[in-house]
Structure formats: C-alpha cells, structure tokens
Design a protein around this ligand. Structure first.
Ligand code: GLN
Length: 533
C-alpha cells in the first residue's frame, strides 16, 4: 500500500487535479495499478446539489456518484473508471460517524474529530488502496483552510500507519513572477510549506507553478528553505494543452523521483501513445469552430467533460476544435436566425452542440438553435437536455404540436413530450435521486449511432430526471424522427436522429463522461468528422 498525498498552497486553482492526473498517468505508463481519490472539505455529502457557479461541472461516475470534476480528469488521464467512493467530502465522513454514534457504536465514549473523524478518513483511504500499487490522494482547498485540517491530520498520521517508505507528500505551490523587477518570488511558497510543517507534514516534492522557467538559484533557495531535495523541486510551467503536463513532468524527472522515493523500482514509462495524442492536439491538420449553445457560456468549468470530449474527438480527427460559446438566452429573440447566419458567415458554425442543463432559462434559445441546425443541414449534437430540446423542437415545428414542452419548463403544456416517469414522480429529496450512472442501451441496426458505436449493446452514463414521454414516440417517428436507441426494454428513449440530414444526433445520456484521450466518444467522433467534411 503506497500513498501519494497532494496538497496545495498559496492560492487555489493551481491545477492540483491536473497534477494528480498527470502523476497517475506517469505511474500507469510504468505499469503500476493506480487509484486516485479526491477529498473535498465541504459539508455536502456529494457535489450533486451544487450549482455550476459554486462547483463547475458535476462529474458522474459509472456507479452514479455525483462528484467533483477532478474525478473526471483522473479518469481521462489514468484511463480508468472510478467509483463514487473515490470522492470523499467532509459531509460523507461526518454522515457515517454520526450514524454510527446514533447506532450506539461509540457508547460510553466522547466522539471527537481526533480520533473518530480522522480514523474514518484513514479507514476509507486504506480501503480504497486495496488492490492498487499506488493511491494518489488530492486534498482540495489550500493549506491553512480550517475545513481541511482534519484531513491533513489524518494524512499526517498515515505516515505512521503505513510506514514512511510507503508515503509521499507532494506540495503544489505558486511562484509569482514580478514583471517590474523580472524576478520569481519564493516567499509565498516558503510560507505555505511552513504552514504545512506546522501541521506536521514535511513535503518530499515541491511542484512549482510558474509562468517563466525557474533558475537553478530559485531551486537552490526553495530546496534550502523548504528542506526539499533540489532535484525534487519540479517546475510546472504554463502550457498550451493540459495533456502536455505529464510529458513535461516526465522530462523534469518527476516519475523517477516518485518511484524511487516510494521504493517501487525503476521502470521505463511507455508514453508513445500519449505523445502522439499530444502532437495531434498541438499540430493538427485543420481547424473548425463549433458553436456551443449554453446556459453558462462564461463558466467553462461547467462543461469540462464536454470540452475535453471535443478535444479528444478533434485529436482523433487531426482537427483543432475551437469553441464559440453562445449564451442561449441571446438566441431567444426573433433575430436568432440573423445571429446564427452571421456565425455561419464567420465560419463559427461548423457544428452546433447543445449540452446538458437544468432549469428554464435560455431553453427557447436552445430550441431555436436546434431548429436552425435541422433546417440548414448543420451538424448537431444534443446531450441530455440537448436531446430533450431537440424533441420539443421537432414536436412543435414538424409534428405541429404547437406548445409542446417539457413539464420541467411548463407544467401545463398540452403536449408534455418530455415528462417525469412514474419512478421519479414521488421523489421529494433532491440529493442523489436522479437517474444516475451507467445504463445500458440498445441501438437500432442501420442507424447513424449504430455505425458510430459499431454494435447494438452499449452503455453510457446518465444524470437527469426527465425522459421522452413514450406516449409521443409514435407521432415523432411518423413525422420522420428516428428513435435510434432505447433502454433494453424499449421503454425509454436513449438516442434520436434525423436520417435525412448531414448529422443530427442526440442522446439522453452524457457520453462526455466516458471519452478518453486515445479512445474518444463515438458520438463526438462522428460529430466532428461531419463538421469538417
Ligand atoms: N433537466 C433535464 C432533466 O432533469 C436534463 C438534465 C441534464 O441535461 N443533465 O431531465
């Protein structure tokens, strides 16, 4: 059982998740079995009830966990499937300790943060490490946050429990660059290491985020003041694509330092496929622009997996995929077609993607954009809410069901083409109660989706409450909409398409959660291919 604990200092958003993912990838490339865990020191049990403004994308695991978006980065870089258990929050830890307290498991004792909360944290981490060579644990937040203290105390104790040769502490910090005096400052990093040592943790490796290359003198200084070997002061320089980061870390010697310090034995990593993938991202043959019609166009974190899936599919097609973020609200007016025509003239409309989402705001704009894609033969990919909007659009404008809608947006619509199924109708609690996680689907032979997946039995991850109302499937199909995939029992619509169109495909699922650098999602792959051809 070997653990790598990654903490962050100075400021948040330094890319700890990408660092953990890159380390995981470098170890996997050496043939090790790697697990990755994200600790979020907030009180929620999971990320499912938070708005994108608070939290960015909610990533969904195979088993239906609603987790932090970093879990998605781990899955993509390490090419693995994680579980809801890989995401630990303060809420989850307290929930189980308090349930045990009510059950009487601690009778006679005072229940305390140390040892009861810390023991629960350690128990979960040891459990998660079973069957793996290395478990990487990211502690969310910044060292010094009150919320993070019980977790830092637990990982401090683990050095005793697991043995010092089996534990590695990596601290990610910022080296600000002062443009006026043209120098890199090390003081904030020194302070954050001091803070960490105050808690009893001495970092073994420093990852330093910097916009300019760091000099030997800076390394010497950090090594001396932070008591970290000079070769273990690693620079994390700003790069064009996050997929370059593992390659840069490898050049800096990080992979070998980690395996040496954890006594894993020296192994040569196989990075060929990754290098090829990164080259296709950095030096593609062509460039296209896809318009993404979104509720939070300024908040890219809310669409992390969609963005990454487009990058993967782009790499697979030797194409740089640029994104034109369109606020769906702005397409609600009459001049929607004019706006989209302009995008088309500016070559920003090689394809239209409508991602998932919740709530009424901007829905009519999404529906307008889908109508434009359908009528102008523009490649269209709809994800979850994107499928629901496509069905509403088709019902209204092709089937002539005038005020067709989803009951999520209009409870009184005469044509509830999207509605809650009986299993969702009586649910009152909002946390963890949607249709979540991986579900199988059956694809119809001869359809676009069948040819993209290359088989009829597939599965994708889900996160939604509403479904296509089965009552309206016959009228939709009679008017030319193909239901190309359903749940195995045929009851729920999983995929739709329009045959007489360049590419018009939508799914009730979220295929973006399963896309990987070197095996991208078939739907994104097909969408990008049609968007440039
Ligand atoms: N709001 C829709 C539903 O709950 C779609 C959800 C989504 O796009 N993830 O069914």
């Amino acid at each position: 059982m070997k653990f790598i604990f990654v903490t962050g200092g100075v400021v948040s958003s330094l890319g700890k998740g990408t660092a953990v993912s890159s380390i995981g990838m470098l170890l996997k490339a050496r043939g090790f079995k790697v697990n990755a865990v994200k600790i979020d020191p907030y009180l929620q049990v999971d990320a499912g009830t938070m708005s994108p403004y608070e939290h960015g994308e909610v990533f969904v695991t195979k088993d239906g966990g609603e987790t932090d978006l970093d879990i998605g980065n781990y899955e993509r870089f390490i090419d693995c499937e994680l579980s809801a258990e890989n995401s630990i929050t303060t809420g989850k830890i307290y929930w189980s300790v308090l349930n045990r307290e009510r059950h009487g498991d601690y009778l006679g004792k005072t229940v305390q943060i140390i040892p009861h909360i810390t023991d629960e944290i350690k128990k979960r981490l040891f459990e998660l490490s079973k069957g793996f060579d290395v478990t990487i644990v990211e502690i969310g937040g910044t060292v010094g946050d009150i919320e993070g203290l019980p977790f830092l105390e637990a990982i401090r104790q683990m050095k005793k429990d697991a043995g010092k040769d089996n534990i590695l502490y990596i601290h990610l910090s910022l080296l600000p660059y002062l443009k006026t005096s043209k120098e890199i400052k090390t003081k904030p990093t020194q302070h954050s290491v001091k803070e960490l040592r105050g808690i009893g943790i001495q970092p073994d490796i420093l990852l330093c985020r910097t916009e300019v290359p760091i000099t030997e003198q800076v390394k010497d200084k950090l090594s001396l003041f932070c008591d970290v070997e000079k070769r273990a002061v690693i620079q994390g320089i700003n790069v064009k694509s996050i997929y370059e980061i593992p390659l840069i870390f490898e050049k800096e010697g990080l992979g070998d330092i980690i395996t040496e310090k954890l006594h894993l034995g020296k192994k040569v990593p196989d990075l060929k496929n990754w290098q090829d993938f990164a080259n296709r991202i950095l030096f593609p043959e062509r460039e296209i622009t896809i318009s993404v019609i979104a509720k939070y166009p300024k908040l890219k974190d809310a669409y992390t997996s969609v963005i990454q899936s487009l990058i993967h599919a782009g790499a697979s097609n030797n194409t740089r995929v640029k994104l034109n973020w369109v606020d769906s609200k702005e397409l609600e007016d009459k001049n929607c077609n004019e706006i989209l025509n302009n995008f088309r003239n500016e070559k920003k409309l090689s394809g239209i993607l409508v991602p998932g989402g919740f709530g009424k705001r901007g829905i009519e704009g999404k529906i307008n954009a889908i109508r434009y894609a359908r009528e102008n033969n523009i490649p269209f990919l709809g994800l979850c809410l994107g499928l629901q909007c496509a069905v509403i659009e088709f019902a209204r404008n092709v089937c002539n069901l005038k005020d067709a809608n989803s009951t999520e947006f209009d409870e009184k619509t005469s044509y509830p083409v999207i509605d809650l199924m009986p299993e969702q109708k009586n649910i009152k609690d909002k946390g963890g109660t949607m249709r979540l996680g991986e579900y199988p689907a059956h694809l119809k032979k001869g359809t676009v989706v069948f040819s993209l997946y290359g088989r009829s039995n597939i599965s994708e991850r889900h996160r939604h409450r509403y479904e296509v109302n089965p009552k309206y499937v016959p009228v939709l199909e009679d008017n030319g909409l193909t239901v190309s995939g359903t749940s195995p029992d045929g009851r729920l619509v999983e995929f739709i398409e329009i045959t007489n169109h360049k590419f018009f495909v939508a799914t009730q699922a979220h295929p973006e959660f399963k896309s990987r650098p070197n095996h991208c999602s078939p739907l994104f792959e097909g969408f990008i291919k049609k968007s440039y051809s």
